[in-house]
Design a binder for this molecule. Structure first.
Ligand code: NAI
Ligand code: MG
Length: 356
């Protein structure tokens, strides 16, 4: 039996509420399946920790996390702590230090999930976003000059290295080639005359190594429109950090809302742990009420099973999530029901028990 060490960072707001269901379901699956077991270690980092210690995580936090096989993260951010501090102090720090340069966001409209566009279905809305996760517009490079003076200037520089751009694009080509799907690159070379011209060139160059992958290339504004008007055009999609951030929120809306959107931050070389998280935030408006939707956190657990090499289990967990959506007997308020977070987790436990 294989043992996986998972670092759990529940974080703030609804983070702990949804992560608890994820851990419950993962433990149940391990027990049913018998091939693996999990050792969960909890870390109390986040905004409450910040208020007490003046930092989002322990000084040697990265060192502490290094030896884990994966990180399971809830959400960070809470009123009173500026969002750029909570984000940079924990989430972005982990992504960067562990070179999690691939952000994988599945956007699939499961049967039974609500969709805001007419005629949306699992056939038409089924894409896999591969977002650059280590540099680009979120490199943190820039300056703030003459602060508060009339000549004030701020610079926020996009950083696109050859290594960084090539590796994310190559990763996406690999996924497209393996799955026999089309690959779409989303950029903006007409306006961003350095970074995105370069991006497009690299997309073409790397493409020469994958003659069997059909490719498309869109400007980001057009892509935003097509995602709504004709989502079926997108299969595997590769894009930069900022564009990916924005477009995957459109994707989340298309595929049932924030309560269903998951993301994996991957270090493909597996030198460092990868991190799995629902992409929603800490939702202060509903925190503490026990009504947060845990399905996004469960979907990210499914991604973790895939990453550990148990794609069959990842798939079964997704089937269970879909079943909850189809049955509609227990659903949280964001999906029109009146069940609690725990009731959804319990139902998924029952469903996986029947499946595995
Ligand atoms: P949010 O995702 O927390 O909430 C947006 C809306 O979606 C709210 O109405 C919320 O109730 C709803 N929602 C989100 N997840 C839900 C779930 N699982 N079930 C039911 N409803 C859900 O985004 P918001 O309000 O912009 O940010 C709140 C805080 O979270 C901020 O401090 C922000 O910085 C932080 N944040 C953290 C992220 C992370 O840790 N990965 C990502 C996004 C925001
Ligand atoms: Mg985002």
């Amino acid at each position: 039996m294989k043992t996986f060490k998972v670092a759990v960072i529940p974080g703030d707001g609804i983070g702990p509420e949804v992560i608890e269901e994820g851990v419950k379901v993962m433990k149940k699956i391990a027990q049913l399946d018998g091939r693996m077991q999990f050792e969960f270690t909890y870390f109390p980092w986040g905004c409450e920790y910040y208020v007490e210690h003046g930092k989002m995580m322990a000084d040697d936090g990265i060192e502490q996390l290094k030896s884990f096989d994966a990180i399971y993260l809830g959400a960070v951010g809470y009123p009173g702590v500026p969002d750029h501090i909570s984000l940079w102090g924990l989430l972005l720090r982990i992504r960067k230090e562990f070179d999690q340069y691939v952000n994988i966001r599945p956007i699939t409209l499961l049967n039974g999930a609500p969709c805001p566009i007419i005629g949306g279905s699992k056939e038409t809305i089924d894409m896999l976003f591969i977002r650059e996760n280590s540099e680009g517009e979120y490199a943190g490079a820039g300056d703030w000059l003459f602060k508060g003076k009339p000549e004030e200037v701020v610079l926020q520089t996009g950083v696109f290295s050859r290594k960084g751009t090539e590796r994310i694009i190559r990763y996406a080509y690999e996924i497209a080639a393996e799955s026999g799907k089309t690959l779409t690159s989303i950029s903006k070379a007409n306006a961003l005359n350095y970074s995105m011209v370069f991006w497009d060139e690299v997309f073409e160059e790397v493409g020469n190594e994958y003659p069997n992958v059909s490719t498309y290339s869109y400007l980001v504004d057009a892509a935003a429109m097509y995602m709504i008007k004709d989502p079926a055009r997108f299969e595997v999609v590769v894009t930069s950090n900022l564009f990916g951030d924005i477009l995957t929120d459109i994707g989340a809306a298309l595929a049932g809302g924030m309560g269903l959107a998951a993301g994996a931050n991957i270090n493909p070389e597996r030198v460092y742990p990868s991190m799995f998280e629902p992409i929603h935030g800490s939702a202060p408006d509903i925190a503490g009420k026990g009504i947060a939707n845990p399905l996004a956190a469960l979907w990210s657990a499914s991604q973790m099973f895939d990453f550990f090499g148990y794609e069959d289990i990842g798939e079964q967990l997704l089937v269970a999530i879909e079943k909850v959506l189809e049955e509609k007997t227990v659903l949280t308020p964001d999906l029109g029901g009146n069940s609690s977070t725990t009731e959804i987790g319990d139902r998924v436990v029952e469903l996986v028990s029947a499946l595995i």
